[in-house]
Design a protein around this ligand. Structure first.
Ligand SMILES: C[S@@+](CC[C@H](N)C(=O)[O-])C[C@H]1O[C@@H](n2cnc3c(N)ncnc32)[C@H](O)[C@@H]1O
Length: 266
C-alpha cells in the first residue's frame, strides 16, 4: 500500500493524506489467500505504525474510489470493522451500487489481500463499472474512527465474527465496549444500524449487553430485523461466517439502531 503523509509541499501548499490501495495495477487474476497469511490476532492496543488523517476532511479518498465523483457523493457510509478477507464488501457492493463502503482491517497482509481482490474484480468487470464503491483501509478501528469519519457520517457499521479474546485480561481488546460504542455512535447517523454476528455465545452476550446498556443504541425488533435485506448476508457473506458453516457451528446475529440522545442537541 502506498502512503503519503499529510504535510506541506515545498511551495507551502498542504497536500492531503492519501492511502492508495485499489487504484492501479496491471494484474487481473484474483489474489490467493495463501500468499497473504498472517497471525490470526493482532494486539489492537499496542502501538502500530499507522498513517491516519488529523481529521476526516484531510483524508483523500480519491485513491480508494478513483472513478467516483467524490464531490457529488455522501462519502463513505458503510464501515465493515475488521473486514477480514472482504467477503461482505463484495456481496454488498452490487446491492448498494451508489453507496461508498470501506473495510477497516488492522492486519497488513489481510488488508493487502482485500485491496488486491477489489482491484482484480474491478478489472475483470471493467465494462460494468462494478466494485468501484468498495475499498479497504489498514487501520485500527479502536483508535482512529473519529479521524476518518465525521459526526453522523456512517449509516451502517458491521462487526462480523470479531476476535473473541476469551481471556479476561484480554477483554480490553474486544472491539465493542462502552467507550468504543460512544465513538462509533459519534460517527453514525441517527437511525443508522449496527450489525453484529458471532459464533461465540459468550461474545454475543458481551456485545449485546454493551449495546443494550448504551443510551445511543436500541435493538431492532424481530420484524424490523427480518425485513432488512442485509441480515441474510450476515451469516455467510464473510469468510469467517463460511468457516463456521463448514464446521457446523451456531451463529448469533443482532441489529441495533443508533438513536438520538434526548438530552443533547444533535
Ligand atoms: C475473526 S476475523 C473476522 C473477519 C471478517 N469480519 C469475517 O467475518 O470474515 C476479525 C478481524 O478483525 C480484525 N481486527 C481486529 N481488531 C481490529 C481493529 N482494532 N481494527 C481493525 N481490524 C481489526 C482482525 O485482523 C481480523 O481480520
Amino acid at each position: 500500500m502506498d502512503t503519503e503523509e499529510h504535510g506541506s509541499d515545498s511551495d507551502g501548499s498542504e497536500h492531503k493524506l492519501s492511502l492508495t490501495s485499489t487504484a492501479t495495477t496491471d494484474s487481473v487474476a484474483l489474489p490467493q489467500k495463501r500468499f497473504y497469511r498472517q497471525r490470526a490476532h493482532s494486539n489492537p492496543i499496542a502501538d502500530h505504525c499507522f498513517e491516519y488523517p488529523s481529521d476526516p476532511l484531510s483524508m483523500d479518498w480519491s485513491a480508494h474510489y478513483p472513478t467516483v465523483d467524490l464531490g457529488d457523493s455522501r462519502g463513505v457510509e458503510f464501515a465493515d470493522i475488521g473486514c477480514g478477507y472482504g467477503g461482505l464488501l463484495i456481496q454488498l457492493s452490487p446491492m448498494f451500487p451508489k453507496t461508498l463502503m470501506l473495510g477497516i482491517e488492522i492486519r497488513v497482509k489481510v488488508c493487502d489481500f482485500v485491496c488486491d481482490r477489489i482491484r482484480a474484480l474491478r478489472q475483470q468487470n471493467g465494462g460494468a463499472n462494478a466494485y468501484q464503491n468498495i475499498s479497504c483501509l489498514r487501520s485500527n478501528a479502536m483508535k482512529y474512527m473519529p479521524n476518518l469519519f465525521s459526526k453522523g457520517q456512517l449509516t451502517k457499521m458491521f462487526f462480523l465474527f470479531p476476535d473473541p479474546h476469551f481471556k479476561r485480561q484480554k477483554h480490553k481488546w474486544r472491539i465493542i465496549s462502552q467507550q468504543l460504542l460512544s465513538e462509533y455512535a459519534y460517527c453514525m447517523a441517527i437511525d443508522g444500524r449496527v450489525y453484529i454476528a458471532t459464533d461465540v455465545q459468550q461474545l454475543y452476550d458481551w456485545m449485546t449487553d454493551h449495546l443494550t446498556r448504551h443510551p445511543l443504541f436500541e435493538c431492532l425488533d424481530e420484524s424490523e430485523r427480518d425485513s432488512d435485506p442485509i441480515v441474510p448476508k450476515l451469516f455467510d457473506a464473510t469468510e469467517e461466517g463460511q468457516k463456521v458453516t463448514r464446521n457446523g457451528g451456531q451463529k448469533f446475529v443482532a441489529v441495533y439502531r443508533r438513536v438520538a440522545d434526548s438530552f443533547v442537541n444533535q
